[in-house]
Design a protein around this ligand. Structure first.
Ligand SMILES: [Cu+2]
Length: 158
C-alpha cells in the first residue's frame, strides 16, 4: 500500500524537477556577448600630435629662411590646391629654393613659417612665391589667410 501512494508523489516530483530545470538555465547568459564591441575603437587616435616638434627649428644665429631673390630657380616645388599644401611634408636640403604655387583660382594663400620668420606673403591664384632655407631643421608653417584650417604643415630641411 505505501509504495502505491508514494509512486504518484515521486512522479510528481520528477516532473516538477524536469519542468523547473528546463526553463531556467538559458536566459541569463545571452546578453554578455555584446559587451566587447565598444572598447577597441578609440585606440588609433594617439598618432595625430606628432608634428609638434617643429619648435626645434633654428632659434639661434641669423635668418634660417628668407624670401628667395628675384629670378631664382626653384629646386623644390609645392602646390597649393583645394586649401591644401602638397607634398606634406616638404623635403628639402640646405640652400634649396622652395616654390609654392597657388592653384586655387582666385583664392589667395600664403606659406608662413610659424616661428622661423619668413613668409611668402599672400600668393594670388596662379602665382608662385619662393623661400630659401639656409639651416637644417623642421619648419612648421601655415597659411596666414586661412590660419584655422591650413596649419601644421612642415618643411623638413636637411
Ligand atoms: Cu590659404
Amino acid at each position: 500500500m505505501r509504495r502505491l501512494t508514494l509512486l504518484p508523489l515521486l512522479a510528481a516530483l520528477l516532473t516538477l524537477a524536469a519542468c523547473s530545470g528546463g526553463t531556467t538555465p538559458t536566459p541569463a547568459g545571452t546578453s554578455a556577448a555584446s559587451a566587447p564591441a565598444g572598447g577597441g575603437a578609440s585606440a588609433p587616435a594617439g598618432g595625430a600630435s606628432a608634428p609638434a616638434g617643429g619648435a626645434s627649428a633654428p632659434a639661434g644665429g641669423g635668418a634660417a629662411c628668407a624670401t628667395a631673390p628675384a629670378g631664382s630657380t626653384a629646386t623644390v616645388n609645392v602646390t597649393i590646391k583645394d586649401f591644401k599644401f602638397a607634398p606634406q611634408p616638404v623635403q628639402a636640403k640646405v640652400g634649396d629654393i622652395v616654390a609654392w604655387t597657388n592653384q586655387d583660382g582666385s583664392t589667395p594663400h600664403s606659406a608662413t613659417m610659424d616661428t622661423a620668420g619668413c613668409d611668402t606673403k599672400a600668393i594670388s591664384g596662379g602665382a608662385t612665391a619662393m623661400l630659401v632655407f639656409s639651416q637644417p631643421g623642421t619648419y612648421t608653417y601655415h597659411c596666414s589667410v586661412h590660419p584655422a584650417t591650413m596649419k601644421d604643415y612642415t618643411v623638413v630641411v636637411q
